[in-house]
Design a protein around this ligand. Structure first.
Ligand SMILES: NC(=O)c1ccc[n+]([C@@H]2O[C@H](COP(=O)([O-])OP(=O)(O)OC[C@H]3O[C@@H](n4cnc5c(N)ncnc54)[C@H](O)[C@@H]3O)[C@@H](O)[C@H]2O)c1
Length: 252
């Protein structure tokens, strides 16, 4: 029996990278998975189906309220309910590291629209469905850059700080509805797009490796067990928490 048997989960930004790893593992644990991304997610959906799982792919821009509402409507039409929301989509892997003095206001707003407004819109859209069943699990994706105060990408670190703050405040608003809201704070993780930039990010990769308790790269599969735990009944008495999964770099 899978830990997520019978659950319906939406995972955004899951056409590749860490989101795709969550989607594959959720399906292995018995969840029906909705993969939402601006990119085509056919490959991930096919991989899941070939392994006997159930998934659909939707093209969605999470910063757009109407597209997010449509994603929820299609999920209900396809699977009848929503138990788990993982708003994982974010602008991250392609960001140039530079002083915040050089971050243009349009770039700041574009990133916040995806990383903060996108999370807000996804949670706002699924909560009415979760309230109907008096139960739900929201698994937000923050970042250990918040605890570390990582320099040179102030828009990104600020956006993940907002995700952390939303996690705590939403958890208190939604407790009486049986909706649990927690988040995962990954360390620097070698998803495909980050791996493709390993040379550019050499200083960050080396620093993380040296400072971790476990002296190796963090990989997407290192995060999926925690995501399954937070999406499953095993974590039902936890809410408003952020779990750092970074191989023992940040301790708090
Ligand atoms: N990789 C890391 O080192 C790391 C560390 C901490 C936190 N995180 C977080 O983990 C998550 C996944 O990271 P990743 O490394 O797999 O990143 P990634 O860039 O490979 O994946 C992000 C996904 O989000 C999608 N996306 C971007 N904008 C979107 C939009 N407007 N609407 C819908 N989808 C959109 C992209 O197409 C992509 O598939 C992100 O939230 C990231 O901030 C990553």
């Amino acid at each position: 029996m899978g830990k997520l048997d019978g659950r319906v989960a939406i995972i955004t930004g899951a056409a590749q990278g860490i989101g795709a790893a969550y989607a594959r593992r959720f399906a292995e644990e018995g969840a029906k998975v909705v993969i939402a991304d601006i990119l085509d997610s056919t490959n991930v959906v096919n991989t899941i189906k070939q392994s006997g799982g159930d998934a659909i792919g939707l093209t969605v821009d999470v910063s757009d309220k109407l597209q997010v509402r449509e994603m929820v409507k299609t999920t209900i039409e396809t699977y009848g309910k929503i138990d788990v929301m993982v708003p994982n989509a974010a602008m991250f892997a392609h960001l140039e590291r530079r002083s915040f003095l050089e971050i243009d206001v349009d770039e700041w707003d574009a990133l916040m629209a995806v990383n903060v407004r996108g999370v807000f819109l996804c949670c706002q859209a699924v909560v009415p469905e979760m309230k109907k069943q008096g139960y739900g699990k929201i698994v937000n994706i923050a970042s250990s850059t918040v605890q570390m105060g990582v320099p040179w990408m102030l828009h990104y670190v600020s956006s993940k700080g907002a995700v952390d703050a939303m996690t705590r405040a939403m958890a208190r608003e939604l407790g009486d509805d049986g909706i649990r809201v927690n988040s995962i704070a990954p360390g620097l993780t070698m998803s495909e797009q980050v791996e493709a930039r390993r040379d550019d990010l050499q200083a960050n990769v080396a620093m993380s490796m040296t400072a971790r308790a476990f002296k190796r790269d963090e990989l997407p599969d290192d995060l999926v067990g925690t995501a399954v735990f937070l999406a499953s009944a095993d974590s039902d008495f936890m809410t408003g928490q952020t779990i750092v999964v970074d191989g023992g770099l940040v301790t708090h």
